[in-house]
Design a protein around this ligand. Structure first.
Ligand SMILES: NC(=O)c1ccc[n+]([C@@H]2O[C@H](COP(=O)([O-])OP(=O)(O)OC[C@H]3O[C@@H](n4cnc5c(N)ncnc54)[C@H](OP(=O)(O)O)[C@@H]3O)[C@@H](O)[C@H]2O)c1
Length: 301
């Protein structure tokens, strides 16, 4: 068995579990999955698949140092709205500990800094701004790294996103979300595509360093409107799915995020799917495929 260790933060979540599964499938690295509760059902499920399970909270630098020690690579995803001070943005402990432990390469899952993107117009999307702060913190730390920017997750259609459920109508579905009508953004099938993307970067960061280290990739299947996303789901399902804008979210971070999406193109210059990831062997799934497989069977449950 390989002795090369990959740390996966957020391992029990959508992104991290995708990374753990892809690492196990690939076999180059041994995944060490980080959770706050090693006895949770999701942690035990990862252990059953063959991952090592370790415990640490982002706020506990000593615990983080323990888990990253001996690792070659780290996948980091932070989670929004955690009770940390502006000086102690979530993820900082992971960067500091990784640097001290001599981690060779880190992949950070991120979002655009909305304050900067909107030239100071939308300053409440702290869940996005904090990620941009950490991205810059990693850059300044000197730890070799790459970032993966994500879009709106396909998986948001499977559960009430921001409290808004999918509605059943007489012959189809209404998908409610806070996005403005006509706004176009990147859409990401994160549980399918994050894992293989991270594996591509982890397994090639030394042999194809110039294409990977220091890069800011964008993970997405399409750059499209919410209306067109729903139309693709309709095709896959054989029943109409209509997108309905729910207006402005009552929660300022979310309303600022959706306003920024409508007015300032996220990842403006990058083609979606990102050709740089495709060159590294990443082939993202399509909206139609998601509709035909995951979405359809979810509705049948
Ligand atoms: N929904 C979207 O459309 C969208 C789009 C782009 C980006 N995002 C971003 O995606 C991120 C969430 O990723 P996800 O969906 O994979 O997460 P998720 O499924 O909600 O899971 C959260 C993960 O974070 C871990 N975690 C939570 N608090 C922690 C703490 N204090 N210390 C250590 N670990 C902690 C949890 O582990 P345990 O509970 O096991 O400890 C769990 O593995 C968010 O930052 C969000 O902004 C979301």
């Amino acid at each position: 068995m390989t002795t090369r260790i990959a740390i996966v933060f957020g391992a029990t979540g959508q992104q991290g579990s995708s990374v753990v599964r892809a690492l196990l499938e690939d076999g180059t690295f041994r995944p060490r999955a980080v959770t706050r509760d090693v006895n949770s059902s999701s942690a035990r499920a990862l252990a059953q698949l063959g991952a090592e399970i370790v415990s640490a909270d982002f706020s506990d630098k000593d615990a983080i140092k323990n888990v990253v020690t001996g690792a070659e690579v780290v996948f980091l995803v932070t989670v929004p709205f955690s009770p940390v001070s502006p000086e102690d943005v979530q993820g900082k402990n992971v960067v500091d500990a990784s640097k001290e432990a001599g981690v060779r390469f880190m992949v950070f899952s991120t979002l655009p800094g909305v304050s900067e993107l909107s030239n100071g117009k939308y300053t409440n999307a702290t869940h996005c701004d904090d990620k941009e702060k950490i991205r810059k913190y990693i850059q300044a730390s000197g730890v070799p790294h790459a970032s993966i920017g994500t879009g709106f997750f396909f998986e948001n259609t499977l559960k009430p996103f921001a409290g808004l459920p999918l509605e059943k109508t007489d012959n189809g579905y209404v998908w409610n979300a806070y996005a403005r009508p006509g706004s176009v953004t990147v859409h990401t099938w994160v549980t399918r595509d994050m894992g293989p993307s991270v594996v591509a970067l982890f397994t090639k960061y030394t042999t194809r360093a110039s294409e990977i280290v220091g890069q800011y990739f964008v993970l997405g299947s399409a750059r499209t409107s919410f209306e067109d996303f729903a139309a693709e789901l309709s095709k896959a399902l054989g029943a109409p799915v209509h997108f309905k804008s729910a207006g402005k979210a009552g929660f300022l971070p979310l309303s600022d995020m959706f306003d920024s999406v409508a007015e300032y193109p996220w990842y403006g210059e990058v083609d979606i799917p990102d050709p740089r990831l495709e060159k590294l062997g990443v082939k993202t799934g399509t909206i139609e495929e998601f509709g035909r497989t995951v979405f359809k069977s979810h509705l049948a449950e």
